[in-house]
Design a protein around this ligand. Structure first.
Ligand code: ADP
Ligand code: MG
Length: 319
């Protein structure tokens, strides 16, 4: 498929918004941000075999490529608006069938969040998808990583460990349970929750690398430590069925790819956090607290220190 065919195909389906003065087709897009708002800008790249299994469906690749970027905007409390798409592909993916499936996934998520695809680049090479997403945030309202202080409580949205559970099953070649697979392939960026937490949360991050690592980023940026209660981590019924207690702890505390929001808020804001979460029909759970020091200490139910056994997924197949 010739490159201009592909771009024409993308252009035809890209969608638009009132604030897109000029979209795909010229040397640059021309965009008109709302007066007084700050731009939040993020980029993430997905490479086949590294960020998704080689046999992932085109729809899911497209969905995930945008989802991980919208998740970054969500973690800042920003309202998504525009994105660009840098596609590197060659055979067997450089076919109308693959591109249409990819766009079905990418653009259905874009539409859901009223995001316009305003430009990009297309090159020949191993399958790689780079997306840049832009959103708006009121000055001073962004949910940064460096805003938490001693005494805050730590929260997480949704459930943790599902995507890692799916990956573990994939590695173990036992077949992947459908709802776990859904979490891995079609992460739902927590955009509404991120918006609702403006003015309430003191720090926020999306869980992409694993909770211990990502909460560690908040601690480092804020110059504090966290105490994490591993047995308080919310688990889906599918994960509970798929893994015994210790495997589950490992998946939940160290598994990535859930794209939930981990955030902090003062203890006195508990009711506000719960009201904000309820307003967007999203579960949130208190999982720890912020204290003086550095790094993240994890404890399990009886208050005993807990450390993940540093095993690769293949060492704890979930069959
Ligand atoms: P240029 O050489 O000026 O970069 P291109 O031929 O790369 O032009 O792109 C032409 C137009 O198509 C530009 O507006 C560009 O943003 C858009 N475009 C190219 N590839 C993609 C893509 N994968 N997704 C969205 N828009 C794209
Ligand atoms: Mg170009």
């Amino acid at each position: 498929m010739l490159e201009f065919d592909l771009v024409a195909r993308i252009r035809q389906r890209a969608g638009s918004r009132e604030d897109v003065i000029l979209g795909i087709g010229d040397d640059c897009a021309l965009l008109s941000p709302p007066p007084g708002m700050q731009l939040a800008v993020t980029t993430d790249t997905l490479n086949r075999g590294v960020h998704f299994p080689a046999e992932t469906a085109p729809f899911d690749i497209g969905w995930k490529a945008l989802a991980v970027n919208l998740s970054d905007l969500a973690a800042m409390g920003a309202r998504p608006a525009w994105c660009t798409l840098s596609l590197s592909l060659s055979l067997p993916e450089a076919t109308p069938g693959f591109v249409d499936g990819f766009l079905d996934g990418f653009l259905s998520l874009a539409q859901r969040h009223e995001v316009a695809l305003v430009g990009g680049d297309t090159t020949r090479g191993p399958l790689s998808i780079g997306v840049t997403a832009c959103g708006f945030i009121e000055p001073g309202m962004a949910l940064r990583r460096d805003g938490t202080t001693v005494g805050d409580e730590v929260w997480v949205s949704g459930t943790l460990g599902d995507a890692a559970g799916a990956l573990a099953q994939w590695h173990a070649k036992t077949g992947i349970e459908a709802s776990l697979r859904e979490r891995l392939d079609r992460p739902q960026p927590r955009v509404t929750l991120g918006r609702a937490l403006r003015g309430i949360a003191t720090a926020c991050i999306d869980v992409s690398d694993g909770l211990l690592a990502d909460l560690g980023h908040i601690c480092k940026a804020s110059g504090v430590a966290a105490l994490l209660e591993v047995d308080a981590l919310p688990a889906s019924t599918s994960l509970q069925a798929a893994a015994d207690l210790e495997k589950r702890r490992i998946l939940q505390a160290t598994g990535g790819d859930d794209y939930e929001l981990c955030f902090t808020a003062p203890a006195r804001a508990r009711a506000e956090v719960l009201a904000a979460a309820q307003a967007c029909a999203t579960q949130v759970t208190r999982i720890g607290c912020i204290r003086a020091g550095n790094g993240v200490d994890a404890v399990c139910a009886q208050g005993r220190p807990w450390r993940p056994q540093n095993a690769g997924y293949e060492h704890f197949g979930l069959g």
